[in-house]
Design a protein around this ligand. Structure first.
Ligand code: M6R
Length: 611
């Protein structure tokens, strides 16, 4: 996720862009940049400070130009590390066109190869840079900037929003989008575009939303919107709540970051899956940096992680063992270091970490490298220490996660690990191309399934109302339901401060059942082993527990005092992605009812850099 902005007709264009970037910084902050046309010359400045790039950029401005139009960008790296060279805006070979981009261009590699053959020089590792060279070609053939953008966007696969400007028409900014939000706004003598309303508030009289495959031509005080084939359309008018301040807008109207991030999950999953398929339909993992030959030699996988990332690893064990037929061990990172683990050059050690900085996981990976193992990290932060030190990486593209409780990064981790499991299966030959493609299709259906699960929040709220007052929870599940139970219990204890234990359902009778009494809540993940789960639920019911069943729509006999239904998912390995959703919502609903600060729970930190 990145933030983009474009401004025209504004005497203080540079300051307006800086202000907009500060308001968009929650979308990404590892690098930032700005470009303006000043007296016929393109002026650009970029910074890549890692955490405070916008302020670093502001500090860098040597002599503010007198331009009235410009574009800006604040980046959360997905393709290419967060360096100044990779920071946006990107500029064409002639130095006359600049462009900023939010999203992923899936066919960038094919486009870049063709452009390079034609003599274009690339200066970054980003997927974005192809766009500015495509614009350059169109302009060279006599097209205007808007026509050039329409043609260019028509050549793209992926999800994106872009803003561009050129020296040939200095007061024109052009913008377009597909599957990624982009708003336009008009003042009396100004025009703006931005990733979201937070950057536009207080600067416009009217707001408009671009739809997929539309291009906006913005001039001072005027807006023209067309489809990619040049047909003019009326832009969709957006009503902005007059009570919104900038902070509320940054949270997209949600009360807190946790609920915003829960609702961003469909997008986080979709982005994590973008760019994973080659033209022939096979699986590609660009950022892996481990050759298929190295991976073919792997005979054991060890996943190391903490907290929610550990639970994602537990789900991955089922995927890797089922699809790639590789023995897989999942170890709590702090437990790996001091136990003399058996690791060697044929062991693939996978660190899973949202932040990429958790010390326990980092040290476990270092231990693995010292032992000669191949290391891979699944992380949300491209420039993190783990990403730099590991042999290879797979990036979750969840965007910055602010709330201490992991939500969107957790689901994105499961999906990224599924992609890894499929890639191993493809390289090891344990699955044929058609079987891999079928699972990839299933994965692509998950954003809609998660959106469906989120649409059932009212049912979860009703259950939370009924449970209020209970203090003891058991979350139980079997097989793939077990890591879901662990994650549900972790979410609940983390933000509601209620006692919550995650247990393999079959273990209940070996001890914990002694604690079950009237008033205890047992949350049972019924699938995939629904028949076996029925007897475990009966054990709890006969001790007076209140049972909340989590069951797929197609599960006919979901008993219990309350049932939280989730959409059916054809492949049971993928079901945890939807089953976790009502548990996140339940923890959130209970914590809010208890008056807790859900974004900053007591005693906890977002990134744990101590042992
Ligand atoms: O950044 P990491 O994924 O390495 O963090 C690991 C855990 O600290 C983290 O998942 C923690 O358990 C979350 N607060 C859970 O919501």
């Amino acid at each position: 996720m990145c933030g983009i902005i474009g401004v025209t007709g504004d005497e203080g264009a540079l300051e307006t862009i800086f202000d907009g970037l500060r308001r968009l910084e929650y979308r990404g902050y590892d690098s930032a940049g700005v470009a303006l046309v000043d007296q016929g010359v393109l002026w650009r400045e970029r910074a890549a400070d890692g955490t405070h790039s916008v302020e670093d950029l502001v500090a860098k401005k040597a002599a503010p130009p007198s331009s009235r139009a410009g574009i800006g960008h604040t980046r959360w790296a997905t393709h290419g590390s967060p360096t100044v060279a990779n920071a946006h805006p990107h500029v064409d070979c002639t130095g006359r066109v600049a462009l900023v981009h939010n999203g992923i261009i899936e066919n960038h590699a094919e486009l870049a190869a063709t452009l390079a053959d034609q003599g274009h020089t690339f200066t970054s590792e980003t997927d974005t840079e192809v766009l500015v060279h495509l614009l350059e070609d169109e302009l060279a053939s006599g097209a205007g900037l808007a026509d050039a953008l329409r043609t260019t966007l028509g050549k793209l696969r992926g999800a994106f929003s872009v803003v561009a400007l050129s020296t040939s028409d200095p007061e024109l900014i052009v913008a377009g989008r597909r599957s990624v939000p982009l708003l336009a706004a008009l003042g009396q003598q100004t025009g703006l575009v931005a990733s979201d309303v937070s950057a536009l508030l207080g600067r416009a009289d009217g707001y408009f939303a671009l739809d997929d495959d539309q291009v906006a031509e913005v001039r001072p005080g005027s807006l023209r919107v067309t489809t990619l084939d040049g047909r003019e359309v009326d832009p969709t008018v957006v009503t902005v709540d007059p009570a919104w301040d900038v902070v509320a807008a940054q949270m997209g109207g949600f009360c807190d970051f946790m609920s915003k991030e829960i609702h961003e999950q469909p997008r986080a999953i979709a982005d994590t899956l973008l760019d994973r398929r080659a033209g022939d339909g096979s699986l590609v993992l660009d950022e892996l940096h481990l050759s298929p030959d190295v991976l073919r030699a792997v005979d054991k996988v060890v996943v190391v992680a903490c907290g929610s990332s550990f639970h994602a690893g537990l789900v991955a064990k089922y995927a890797i063992e089922r699809w790639a037929r590789l023995p897989t061990e999942v170890v709590i990172a702090s437990e790996l270091r001091y136990r003399e683990p058996v690791l060697h050059e044929r062991t693939l050690v996978v660190g899973v970490s949202q932040s990429g900085e958790t010390l326990d996981t980092l040290e476990a990976l270092r231990e693995a490298r010292r032992a000669g193992a191949r290391t891979l990290v699944v992380t949300n932060v491209v420039h993190s220490t783990m990403a730099r030190e590991a042999d290879g990486a797979i990036y979750t593209r969840a965007g910055p996660e602010v709330s201490v409780a992991s939500t969107k990064s957790h689901l994105a981790q499961i999906v990224a690990l599924d992609v890894l499991a499929l890639a191993l299966a493809q390289w090891l030959g344990t699955m044929g191309a058609r079987a891999v493609a079928a699972v990839l299709d299933e994965l692509q259906s998950l954003p809609a399934a998660v959106a469906d699960a989120l649409g059932r929040a009212k049912e979860v709220d009703d259950v939370a109302d009924a449970l209020l007052g209970a203090r003891d929870y058991f979350f139980i599940g079997r097989n793939l339901g077990y890591p879901v139970a662990l994650e549900g219990a972790l979410k609940l204890k983390e933000i509601s401060y209620l006692r919550a234990e995650g247990y393999p359902a079959g273990e209940l009778k070996h001890g914990p059942l002694a604690l079950v009494e009237p008033g205890t809540v047992v949350v049972a993940i019924l699938d995939p082993l629904r028949d076996k789960m029925r007897s475990n639920v009966a054990e709890a019911v006969s001790r007076g527990a209140t049972v909340v069943a989590v069951a797929a729509d197609g599960n006919p006999d979901a008993g219990g005092d309350h049932v939280l239904r989730v959409p059916d998912v054809a492949d049971p390995v993928l079901a945890p992605v939807v089953e976790v959703v009502p548990l996140q919502l339940l923890a959130y609903a209970l914590a809010r009812r208890l008056g807790n600060d859900v974004d900053r729970p007591r005693n906890l930190a977002k990134t744990v850099t101590v042992e």
